[in-house]
Ligand binder design. Structure first.
Ligand SMILES: Cc1ncc(COP(=O)(O)O)c(C=O)c1O
Length: 392
């Protein structure tokens, strides 16, 4: 059997080897705690579940939905963007449902990139910023996120020739995996850059609702001119504990929204109407829920920060996202450290290079596990380090 080369061109999944080791440990009966994946442990808010259950019983939801999304869905999104971000969106032309942010991130590349085009993607970054462009036959140019630049890509460092060939710039703040938030003025600079080089900005907004210490993350679409040059992908997954539901939104520039919808009419048949109604409930009745979740994560964040500090791995407390991006102790690669933590403490952390080459030297911890398990995991890492099993 012969397969298309497309998948071979996607970078190898670094977690694969670690996953094999986790499975082996679990088979041996070892209680492995995974801090590796950003999948909320707590349930979806009750009004959302109730709305889905009621909608599923209504036969009107049982037929093909449209790729446009229902009027009620688009009105609810527009209302949420108005109240939360002060952004006006036309429900008729500037909003379309997506089956999760991941789907939208991957497919928007097919809308914007031809073979030979360049895609500018943050490194480290969410892996579909690479796979989407690769599937489109485009070239990915990584923009390193460096600590000294606040983990923001240095747009001025991009060679003119590269910028000239680029048609898509991915940005993502609050950021996975670094936990960084955008600095004032940065989105304005991105709009200027997009205008100068005639490219489209796709802001992947998966985490704006998980914020701490009173910080409220902005939408890219708040930026003057943003709608002329780009779109935002807003996901319900993290704020409302809805990762399994596959609910997200593509909003902003009407032409990009239209082309994305056009593509999707060829790929899927839209979001299950019952999920659309549940999403309406999330964005109306359960608007405050992400704040409650943020309090949970803030408490967990402080617990982990104190513990990491105590064992000589100082970290800044992130202002948003359920992630810590931590430097590995001297003398270790990310993968070697992740393996050691798994061996000695039976705890899984994500090696930084899973998110791109600039992730080397870091690992990511996710706070999406129950408090008790998190305490246990941090305690185990602490005792391995204290016992000198892991040298820092
Ligand atoms: C940066 C980023 N974008 C998008 C997503 C996709 O989320 P979903 O497909 O569940 O909406 C994630 C999920 O982890 C993410 O970290």
């Amino acid at each position: 059997m012969r397969f298309a080369r497309r998948l071979d061109d996607v970078p190898p999944y670094l977690f694969a080897e670690l996953e094999r080791k986790i499975a082996a440990k679990r088979r041996e009966g070892i209680d492995v705690i995974s801090l590796g994946i950003g999948d909320p442990d707590l349930p979806t808010p009750e009004p959302v579940v109730t709305a889905l259950a009621a909608a599923a019983r209504d036969p009107a939801t049982h037929q093909y939905p449209t790729n446009h999304g229902s009027g009620a869905f688009r009105e609810a999104v527009a209302g949420f963007y108005r109240d939360r971000f002060g952004v006006e969106l036309d429900p008729g032309s500037e909003i379309v449902p997506a089956l999760g942010g991941k789907e939208a991130v991957a497919h928007v590349s097919l809308v914007l990139l031809d073979p030979g085009d360049v895609c500018l993607a943050p490194d480290p970054g969410y892996p579909p910023y690479t796979s989407g462009p690769v599937f489109s036959g485009a070239e990915v140019r990584y923009l390193p996120l460096e600590e000294e630049n606040g983990f923001l890509p240095d747009l001025d460092a991009i060679p003119k020739e590269t910028a000239g060939r680029a048609n898509l710039l991915f940005l993502n703040y609050p950021n996975n995996p670094t936990g960084a938030v955008v600095e004032p003025g940065y989105f304005e600079r991105a709009v200027e850059f997009a205008r100068a080089h005639d490219l489209v900005v796709v802001h992947d907004n998966a985490y704006s609702e998980i914020c701490f210490d009173g910080y409220r993350a902005p939408s890219f679409l708040e930026t003057p001119g943003a709608k002329e040059v780009g779109i935002e992908i807003f996901s319900l997954s993290k704020g409302w504990n809805m990762t399994g539901w596959r609910s997200a939104i593509v909003a902003g520039n009407a032409e990009v929204v239209d082309r994305y919808r056009h593509l999707k009419t060829n790929l899927d048949s839209g979001m299950f109407e019952a999920v659309q109604r549940a999403t309406v409930a999330a964005l109306t009745e359960s608007r405050d829920f992400p704040r409650e979740m943020s309090e949970v994560y803030q408490r967990r964040r402080d617990l982990v920060a104190d513990a990491l500090h105590a064992i000589g791995l100082p970290v800044e407390r992130p202002k948003a996202t359920p992630y810590f991006w931590v430097r590995v102790p001297d003398g270790y690669t990310s993968e070697a450290f992740a393996e050691l933590v798994l061996e000695q403490a039976a705890v899984v952390v994500s090696p930084g290079p899973s998110y791109g080459p600039s992730g080397e030297g870091y690992f990511r911890i996710s706070l999406t596990v129950p408090d008790k398990q998190l305490e246990e995991a941090v305690g185990r890492i602490e005792s391995s380090l204290r016992a000198g099993i892991i040298e820092t």
